[in-house]
Design a protein around this ligand. Sequence first.
Ligand code: NAI
Ligand SMILES: CC/C=C\C[C@H](O)C(=O)/C=C/C=C/C=C\C=C\[C@@H](O)C/C=C\CCC(=O)O
Length: 258
Amino acid sequence: MSLDGKVAVVTGAALGIGKAMTEILLQNGAKVALLDVNETAGKSLCEALMKQYGQEKTLFLSCDIQSEEQTKAALKKTSEVFGGIDILCNNAGILNENTWEKTVSINLMGVIRSTYLALEHMNKLNGGRGGVIVNTASMAGLGPLPSCPVYTATKHGVVGFTRAMAAASSASGYGIRVNAVCPSFVQTELFANILDKLGQFSHLADATKGMVEKFGTLSVSQVAECLLELVTDETKNGEALVVTPQMKKYMTFVNTIQ
Ligand SMILES: NC(=O)C1=CN([C@@H]2O[C@H](COP(=O)(O)OP(=O)(O)OC[C@H]3O[C@@H](n4cnc5c(N)ncnc54)[C@H](O)[C@@H]3O)[C@@H](O)[C@H]2O)C=CC1
Ligand SMILES: CC/C=C\C[C@H](O)C(=O)/C=C/C=C/C=C\C=C\[C@@H](O)C/C=C\CCC(=O)O
């Protein structure tokens, strides 16, 4: 799928992985709506991107994906300005075992909310153009991180939601592919602050450090390249693309219900 003329929405676009996703989508010809709760960083990035790619290519919308009203308004504005939505990158997320309800609210409920609201614009059965949704899960969505069980649960939920939505879309004729990217550790602000966010599991920090030493850390660009692959390869639907500094692979899942 060529990205020329396509319209993308990236949540959590202001920093880290979302910023890299935004940049690679613009580099490949898409228009991008940047949604983020961090207005200062979002506006600053959007201004810089407008200078590099043109005013007509980017839009920043302040949006907390925990809010139905804000998310609905941001997606509506995106459609009004750019004429529709073809690509949704559900990237916004946090890690904080101290505030685990907020972690669930953003990482899982926010992905579900953004997906359902975007379907109103993307679904071919609603007059949409179809397209692709890519959810930023994590390797913690495929196996446990003992020092952050709630974060692990949210990412497992994102992987399960991704696979179920992909099947539902295919069976329903929505014309929308749904995939997940599952990185290991990535050098971002979220990653830099994790040792302060483990709450009652802070005693397991050393084990986490050991995992980081084992896996190493990815750059945000490496994750963005995976996004581009999942967006442009129209054969990919219901996939979980695992990426570490050592390897990249599509997960195979055993369907226990035959
Ligand atoms: N950094 C890492 O090691 C890994 C991160 N991930 C996932 O990647 C995604 C992005 O994380 P990073 O770039 O590392 O984090 P980051 O903290 O660098 O950037 C996250 C962005 O999301 C925004 N955001 C947070 N809550 C929001 C909300 N309620 N509504 C809208 N925007 C919100 C923040 O303002 C920030 O701009 C997250 O879903 C995270 O779980 C997955 C695997 C590894
Ligand atoms: C303490 C949390 C640190 C960083 C959070 C970051 O956002 C993140 O999500 C990092 C995840 C890194 C995970 C690295 C390894 C995970 C290993 C096990 O959980 C097994 C996972 C998957 C197995 C997949 C497979 O190859 O079979």
